[in-house]
Design a protein around this ligand. Structure first.
Ligand SMILES: C[S@@+](CC[C@H](N)C(=O)[O-])C[C@H]1O[C@@H](n2cnc3c(N)ncnc32)[C@H](O)[C@@H]1O
Length: 225
């Protein structure tokens, strides 16, 4: 029998998911982590900031790779509580990335969005904030579900105790991203599409449903325009 479907707000869904998010087998989270790990060199010595940092798994990894400082924001107090429990001198704030983020101008040399922009209907507000916070010579990295997949219905959700929990998501197009970069004062330096076969490491099985050569994630690298 199929799980019954429950619809929650983004904040409610992640507050609930936070209890087991890090232990949940999720091929997209695994893939995004592998893609970010390829940036280890670039991150060393930088002040990093993550929008929608969730449980802080990326911030903790970036600290291990030698980031000088690590900070982030998230809507969900539950996710942030898990991040806080990691220690590691993470500076965390609870806020909506579509509003002003309580962080100074030119304060971060590496800014990350990982699997979070699908929850934002208008990309321009958080990207403008990223542009404001970016140090000269710094970079913004975006790692998100590939538009082919999100337009085919793949979106953040989880299963728990016979329930499938869904939350608001907004699939973005390539032109939507590119327009928002330009309007936010950011320049696209690189775009890469990631298939399971690009990783050189096996994905959890559900991630192979469409085969090893179907693009699952998109990665953008942005600089100040
Ligand atoms: C799929 S999780 C990804 C977490 C983390 N970036 C990672 O890669 O594991 C998405 C996160 O984005 C956060 N989020 C969604 N919409 C947000 C918003 N408008 N402002 C701040 N955080 C938001 C959620 O609370 C959640 O923690």
């Amino acid at each position: 029998m199929d799980d019954r479907i429950t619809h929650l707000t983004v904040r409610e869904a992640y507050d609930r998911w936070s209890a087991f998010y890090d232990a949940y087998e999720n091929p997209m989270v695994f893939l995004a982590g592998c893609v970010l790990a390829r940036r280890e060199e670039e991150i060393r010595g930088r002040d990093v900031f993550e929008f929608g940092c969730g449980t802080g798994r990326n911030l903790a990894a970036m600290r291990e790779w030698g980031a000088r400082s690590a900070a982030g924001c998230d809507l969900s107090e539950g996710m942030l509580a898990v991040a806080r429990a990691r220690g590691g001198e993470l500076r965390l704030s609870q806020c909506d990335m579509c509003a002003r983020v309580p962080v100074g101008d030119s304060s971060a040399g590496f800014i990350l969005f990982s699997l979070t922009l699908e929850h934002v209907p208008d990309l321009e507000a958080p990207l403008r904030e990223a542009a404001r916070m970016l140090q000269p010579g710094g970079r913004v990295a975006i790692i998100e579900i590939h538009p082919f997949l999100s337009h085919d219905g793949l979106a953040a959700h989880f299963h728990e105790g016979g329930e499938e929990v869904r939350m608001p998501t907004f699939p973005h197009t390539f032109s939507g991203y590119i327009d928002a970069f330009r309007r936010s004062g950011l320049r696209l330096a690189e775009c890469r599409e990631w298939r399971p076969s690009d990783l050189g490491t096996p994905l959890p099985l559900q991630g192979m449903r469409r085969g090893p050569d179907f693009p699952m994630a998109v990665e953008f690298t942005l600089e100040r325009a």
